[in-house]
Design a protein around this ligand. Sequence first.
Ligand SMILES: [Zn+2]
Length: 87
Amino acid sequence: MGRQSFMVSDFYCIKCGSKGMPLARKKGKQKEGGHMKKLYCLKCRCDVNHVEIKPFGEYDYEDFKRDFEEGKFLEIGLPTDTNILDL
Ligand SMILES: [Zn+2]
């Protein structure tokens, strides 16, 4: 068992595109970027799926912005539970 370190992931609302609350994630059991998590969006004022953006992930904010502008998230449906983006 090595020492545990954490890294912070950013989350972006797939409904309005605004940045949600960042969450600290345990390093090691990292899933791919583009992971979905249902969080409360202050702008939408409800629980909406957010896309996880990791600081060193393959899926970055530019990818999110592109997918958001292309309406990719609308195809997935809003707001749903534990959808995982198939990238
Ligand atoms: Zn929102």
